[in-house]
Design a protein around this ligand. Sequence first.
Ligand code: 2AM
Length: 175
Amino acid sequence: MQEYEDNKRLFFALWPDEGVRRQLHELIPQSLSRPTSAQNIHITLVFLGDISSAVLAQLTHCIDTLKSPSFTFTIDRYGWWRGPGVYWVGPRDVPQPMLQLFESIRSCAVKAGISLDSRSFKPHATLARKVRQRPRARHTFNIHWQVNRFVLVESMQGEGGVEYCVLREWALGEW
Ligand code: 2AM
């Protein structure tokens, strides 16, 4: 329908730099089905769904006013969600600034009239999908991630599967 033509499937995310991306990619066992491609690895903060340009303008206006500090965290655990067969890695300890950033983005989205799913925030990077058996315990790992920015990403269906395109980024600072 005409009025939905400009909708984009969007989410806010933490986007790794090349060093962290490479370390995360190296954690994917070769044997797993549907591994996430290196360039797609990220941590979702808030998934928005299909959003019109008018709603997006309202949302980004609010996001522009946020003053959130930069932070670091450590990716040091992995897990497996049986239903979707998601093999993921994430932090044991979620730092307060990450939780605050999540809450702030969420509240901007709600103000813009976007309905969000109410599941609790479980920061994770999906490394593979449709994994039908719990992957065997891996060696321990500690990947330190310095977060100086967050990004708005469009999810698109490409010929070879899903492709993510970073549309905008916001710096985190010394607040
Ligand atoms: P996932 O990796 O655990 O599937 C793009 O789809 C990103 O948004 C992925 O990181 C995905 O998490 C996340 N996401 C969160 N909720 C979603 C939803 N309802 N539909 C699709 N993706 C969702």
